[in-house]
Design a protein around this ligand. Structure first.
Ligand code: MSP
Length: 573
């Protein structure tokens, strides 16, 4: 797949941005940036986020705030856009369901589905959760004692004229598609959940809501040709993924590579949405291009200090709280934490301060940050801040006759009565192969949407370099430079290998930490060339490697160590 289209859910414009929203958007951002780097061509990736604005709640909140629903939506959509900008989201577009470019498309889609008969008029009676704006099945209502599982408020019985979507017609096709495409619903635990529900049988679903004299019911897209009904907000919202690229110059991005969502909205995305797409495609030759997305990925939830986040407890990690962390520890550290410690694979993840500090210190301050500082300090001290000559192939193995850089380093250690760590004697370090392995795996992990596994290759490269440094002790070798003419080239080979490996690590880290890595690239004079694919950029000592003789500034440490005793940061005003 040469083009890559990734989406986030579009967020209810009534909420204040919080960690749930920022998480999905940051993870999608890391994926989008990684894919741009893999391709070396930004224009092949399209990343869409936005806001879902036609919920009834928008009307009530707007009234409470004495503004029109549109003004309320404008104001809050701007908040989301600002929040995602502050998280350094590199979205290509921000779609709002109140924009005519979206509404006009939805009307076209519904018109086509009305014509083909997959949307038809009927009557619906059911249990309605007013807070969630959704009907609950009879069974689910009974199990929950006719109360909302979300708000706890009583469900209400409603009968209304409405339009249905023939979901039942697509039961077989859906089931077959999901069974034949294991990546379609990911991770696999989610696939089992969805298949179970589909196999149990699908009923047609209501996709409209009546328009009455209540202003809250007048907000939304009217069913084409029927002003007494409007399109249900969920159907309206799902179509954003298509309307967002339904323009001649963008249509090639469809089908989406990944719809990243939270587990709570899996049913809409993994059952209703693909069935709608199948129906739309079948409705007219004009929609021949409307294929099914490649992956619907349902992540788990963040909890906070061990407790479920809920509106009633008021313990949501707000966007402002995240920015408090960003101010103190850097935005990139927050992005790294979200991307590596988040609930992507399914189990919920805890946003606990102690865990943030532990991750930050281990992986960033003492990991990548410390390792880059050590190496640039040595290059500064022993080579005047200039990348040393690399007269070596990156294969550091002890030689039978001795004399290789690793032998010289070990001999220097022995002479200084500073022996190599126990058991490490005779160890070989294969830089080109190790680097190629991590790059390849990081790309594969990204393709499988395993964000933390992919980023752990950064930490593994850092560990490899740290091991190499403690094995060879280049600072000990440096002390012998006056007495031994072979010591300097050996030291050069060792430090070049370390710096070059870290350059590659910085590439793999950059989708999560674009700002910090750009600082490193500026200091090290190694910003990746535009238009070059990752495998080329990341080749050890390849065409895009560090160049001997180039200036390498030691710069500020990338991440200052965090004091675990310090109180958690406050919300940033
Ligand atoms: N508007 C709908 C989505 C329509 S998409 C066609 C909606 N919006 S939402 O704002 O309520 O939620 C958006 C996303 O935030 C969901 O994917 C949801 O899972 C996610 N999160 C909300 N709280 C969350 C956590 N505590 N943790 C992680 N994600 C969570 O649903």
């Amino acid at each position: 797949m040469n083009q890559y289209y990734i989406t986030t859910p579009i967020y209810y414009v009534n909420d204040r941005p919080h960690i749930g929203h920022c998480y999905t958007t940051v993870v999608a951002d890391v994926a989008a940036r990684f894919q741009r780097m893999v391709r070396g061509h930004d224009a092949d990736v399209f990343f869409l986020t936005g806001t879902d604005e036609h919920a009834d709640k928008v009307v009530t909140s707007a009234a409470e705030n004495k503004v029109t629903p549109q003004e309320w939506a404008d104001r809050n959509a701007a908040e989301f856009r600002r929040a995602f900008g502050a998280c350094n989201g590199s979205f290509n577009d921000f779609i709002r369901t109140t924009e005519s470019r979206h509404k006009d498309r939805v009307i076209e889609y519904i018109t086509s589905l009305l014509k083909s008969g997959d949307i038809y008029r009927g009557q619906y009676t059911g249990w309605y959760d007013q807070g969630q704006e959704e009907y609950v099945t009879e069974n689910a209502a009974r199990e929950a004692d006719f109360k909302s599982t979300i708000s706890g408020k009583p469900l209400v019985k409603r009968t209304e004229d409405c339009y249905f979507f023939k979901l039942s017609k697509y039961q077989d096709a859906l089931q077959k598609h999901i069974e034949a495409h294991p990546a379609f619903v990911s991770p696999s635990s989610r696939q089992a959940e969805i298949l179970g529900r589909i196999r149990a049988g699908l009923n047609d679903v209501p996709i409209s809501r009546p328009v009455t004299s209540d202003p809250a019911t007048q907000w939304g897209i009217r069913v084409p040709g029927d002003d007494a009904n409007r399109v249900y907000v969920w159907i309206d919202a799902l179509f954003n993924y298509l309307s967002g690229v339904d323009a001649p110059e963008r249509r090639t991005f469809w089908p989406a590579a990944v719809h990243l969502i939270g587990k709570d909205i899996l049913w809409f995305h993994a059952a209703i949405w693909p069935a709608l797409l199948m129906a739309l495609r079948a409705s007219s030759p004009a929609y021949d291009w409307v294929k099914l997305p490649h992956t619907i990925f349902g992540h788990g939830w963040w909890i906070s200090e061990g407790m479920k986040m809920s509106k009633s407890l008021g313990n949501f990690i707000s966007f402002e709280r995240l920015m408090g962390y960003a101010d103190r520890y850097s935005l990139d550290a927050v992005r790294w934490f979200l991307a590596t410690q988040g609930p992507l694979s399914g189990a919920d993840a805890d946003f606990a301060h102690a865990k943030f500090i532990e991750t930050y210190n281990a992986e960033l301050a003492n990991g990548l940050g410390n390792c880059t500082s050590r190496v640039s300090n040595m290059i500064d001290k022993y080579f005047g801040g200039v990348v040393p000559e690399n007269a070596h192939d990156g294969e550091f193995a002890p030689q039978p006759g001795g004399g290789s850089p690793i032998d010289l380093a070990l001999a220097a250690r022995a002479a200084a009565k500073n022996p190599a760590p126990a058991g490490a004697e005779g160890r070989a370090f294969h830089f080109p192969e190790t680097i190629a392995f991590h790059v390849k795996r990081a790309i594969e992990d990204q393709a499988a949407f395993d964000m933390s596994a992919s980023l752990m290759h950064v930490t593994e490269i850092v560990r490899f370099v740290d091991d190499f440094i403690s094995h060879t002790a280049p600072f000990t070798l440096a002390k012998t430079m006056n007495a031994n003419p072979d010591a300097k080239p050996a030291l050069a080979a060792i430090l070049f290998a370390c710096a070059e490996a870290l350059r590659v690590a910085s590439l793999l880290a950059s989708p999560a930490m674009p700002t910090k890595m750009a600082h490193l690239w500026r200091d090290w004079n190694c910003a990746p060339a535009a238009g070059v694919a990752l495998v080329e950029l990341a080749r050890y000592a390849g065409d895009h490697s560090l160049k001997a003789g180039q200036k390498l500034v030691k710069g500020e440490p990338l991440f200052m160590r965090a004091d675990p005793a310090e109180a958690p940061p406050a919300e940033k005003a």
